[in-house]
Design a protein around this ligand. Structure first.
Ligand SMILES: C[S@@+](CC[C@H](N)C(=O)[O-])C[C@H]1O[C@@H](n2cnc3c(N)ncnc32)[C@H](O)[C@@H]1O
Length: 237
C-alpha cells in the first residue's frame, strides 16, 4: 500500500478502519472529515435533458458502498483527546445514524450548516436546490475553542462550492470542499502544532488547511489516485 510522510504530515492509502487500529489512544486533537454520504443509492440513473445532454446524480463509486457510523464509534472515541473536537460532514439520509451512534457519547452534539452559494440547478424545477450541507459537531466539556467574537460562531457558513482554480483538475474529485470553509472550522477548533486527522481525505483539503495554519496532519484515503493528488498538493508546504 502506498504511504508517505514528512515531519508535518503523513498520508496513507488504506482503509481507515484498518489504519486507525494503529493510532494510539488520545492522540488526535481534531478529526475534521467528509465521509461518504450514502446518497448514490437514491440516484435515478441517467436523466436526459431537453438540450440532448445526459446527467447522472450518482456521486461516485465510493459513495455506493454503505457507510455505517457505528463502525466509527470505537476508533473515534478512542483516538480523540479529551480536549479534542470532531466535525463530520454528512447528508440528511445519514444524519440520524450519526446522531444515534454519537449523541450518547459526547456532552455536545450540534449541527453546523454550510450554505453553498452556487448549488447545482434543479433539472425538473420542482424541488428546493440542494444548497446546504450538514456537519455533525462533537465535543466534551473543556474542548479547544478559539474565537474572538460571537459573530464567528454562527453554526452557519456561506461560500461558493469549490471551483477552478482551487478545484483540482486531475484527478477531479466530485466532492472537493472549499478551503475557506475547512479553514474556518479548523481555526475555531484547534491550536498551532495540533494533530489534525482526516480519515476520508479525498484530495487533501483538510491537510492544506492544517499545514497552511501551522498544524500537523494525518490523512487517509482508500483510493491511491487521491492520495497521490494530496501528496502533490501538500508538498509545497
Ligand atoms: C466525500 S470524499 C472527501 C473529499 C474531501 N473532503 C476533499 O475536499 O477532497 C470521501 C473520500 O473518502 C474515501 N473513502 C471512502 N471510504 C473510505 C475508507 N473506508 N477508508 C479510507 N477512505 C475512504 C473516498 O475514496 C473519497 O475520496
Amino acid at each position: 500500500m502506498f504511504s508517505t510522510n514528512s515531519s508535518a504530515y503523513k498520508l496513507f492509502n488504506e482503509n481507515n478502519l484498518d489504519f486507525m487500529k494503529r493510532l494510539p489512544d488520545s492522540s488526535i486533537d481534531l478529526i475534521l472529515t467528509d465521509p461518504p454520504y450514502n446518497l448514490s443509492q437514491f440516484s435515478r440513473g441517467n436523466i436526459h435533458l431537453n438540450n440532448g445532454k445526459t446527467i447522472n446524480n450518482k456521486i461516485a463509486e465510493w459513495d455506493s458502498i454503505p457507510l455505517n457510523p457505528n463502525d466509527y464509534i470505537e476508533p473515534f472515541t478512542r483516538i480523540i483527546k479529551p480536549t479534542g473536537n470532531i466535525f463530520i460532514f454528512t447528508s440528511y439520509s445519514l444524519l440520524g445514524k450519526w446522531y444515534d451512534a454519537f449523541n450518547p457519547l459526547f456532552s455536545t452534539f450540534q449541527i453546523f450548516v454550510w450554505h453553498k452559494t452556487t448549488p447545482t440547478q434543479s433539472v425538473y424545477h420542482n424541488s428546493f436546490l440542494n444548497s446546504c450541507e450538514l456537519v455533525v459537531c462533537l465535543w466534551n466539556k473543556g474542548h479547544t475553542w478559539n474565537f474572538s467574537s460571537q459573530d464567528q460562531m454562527h453554526n452557519f457558513f456561506e461560500c461558493p462550492s469549490c471551483m477552478f482554480p482551487e478545484k483540482i483538475i486531475s484527478p477531479k474529485h466530485p466532492t472537493q470542499k472549499p478551503l475557506e470553509l475547512i479553514e474556518h472550522l479548523l481555526l475555531i477548533s484547534s491550536n498551532p502544532n495540533d494533530i489534525i486527522f482526516d480519515p476520508f481525505m479525498g484530495v487533501g483539503t483538510t491537510g492544506e488547511a492544517a499545514l497552511k495554519n501551522n498544524r500537523r496532519f494525518i490523512g487517509i484515503d482508500i483510493d491511491e489516485k487521491y492520495v497521490k493528488a494530496s501528496l502533490k498538493r501538500l508538498s509545497i508546504y
